[in-house]
Design a protein around this ligand. Structure first.
Ligand code: 13P
Length: 287
């Protein structure tokens, strides 16, 4: 059964570790991440962007698929199904479809409008027992057509949004979706420290988990980051493993073209990435 992310994230804050949000793009990814979470006895959050939602035939299809997998694969660890960077409209669509968690990314609105919309959604989610993530300060880079310039959040605005009763808060601290440029200045720990001091143990979310050096991840966790999002790194390892299989000509040997064989190396590569991240984030054995 899907669960809200509230308990797993509050436990993570108290235990000084972070839960990984791994974005899913298809059945293979969802299965690989769920099996790895079970193997590692780690709570897990499956992230779905609006674009990936459309690709996978809509939110109801995804809820059916993930619930089916949890039952058929005998998954016992807590699993939250979470809308990633949701618009106001899509947050409602996911709530209706049976997601157990949503992100409303109001960072593109003026702060007053972000507050008003977030407040309304907090009330709806609370009634349904769903967790909700809000965002202040756009995350840099491009994800599924959502482009952010990498703002650094204003700690005072973070405090205002946190006080609305959201479950978790994503604050821009120089993080970027996708690969980091060579001249990246690193995370703004000075800002993270201020935000953390002002939000009373609210779980903080670090987007753009791909390519952040390990020491920075550990430092962010020590400052209250309890959820870390990873997408691009799984895409890169999946693509590299699939390319190696094809370049070795394996797709042409025997029944190597069977999609169940063709996608197997990429799927194994995702499992390895998820294992590595869960170990780094400290969530292994916490389920
Ligand atoms: P990356 O693609 O950089 O791993 O970021 C993922 C993310 O933040 C999803 O919201």
């Amino acid at each position: 059964m899907l669960v809200s992310a509230k308990k797993m994230l509050n436990d993570a804050v108290a235990g000084h570790y972070a839960v990984g949000q791994f974005n899913i793009n298809n059945l293979e990814w969802a299965k690989a991440i769920l099996l790895t979470a079970e193997e590692m006895k780690s709570p897990v959050i499956l992230g779905v962007s609006e674009g990936a939602g459309k690709y996978m035939c809509g939110y109801k299809t995804i809820v059916g698929m993930v619930n089916g997998m949890i039952a058929e694969l005998g998954i016992t660890v807590p699993v939250a199904l979470h809308l990633d960077h949701g618009s106001y409209e899509h947050a409602y669509k996911c709530i209706e479809a049976g997601f157990s968690s949503v992100m409303f990314d109001g960072s593109k609105y003026p702060i007053d409008e972000n507050i008003a919309k977030t407040k309304e959604l907090v009330a709806v989610c609370e009634e349904k027992g769903i967790s909700i993530e809000a965002e202040v300060g756009a995350i840099g880079g491009e994800e599924d057509g959502v482009v952010g310039s990498g703002e650094v959040a204003d700690p005072a605005e973070c405090k205002m949004i946190a006080e609305l009763g959201v479950t978790m808060l994503a604050a821009g601290i120089g993080n970027i979706h996708g690969k980091y440029p060579a001249n990246w200045q690193g995370l703004r720990f000075d800002v993270l420290e201020k935000i953390s001091a002002d939000v009373d143990n609210m779980p903080l979310v670090l987007h753009g988990g791909t390519g952040i050096p390990e020491e920075m991840i550990k430092r962010a966790i020590s400052l209250g980051v309890a959820k870390i999002n990873v997408n691009t790194e799984c895409q890169l390892t999946f693509a590299a493993a699939t390319r190696a299989y094809i370049e070795a000509g394996k797709d042409l040997e025997g029944k190597g073209f069977d999609p169940r064989k063709l996608l197997a190396p990429g799927t194994e590569a995702i499992k390895a990435t998820v294992r590595e991240k869960m170990t780094l984030f400290g969530s292994v054995g916490k389920a």
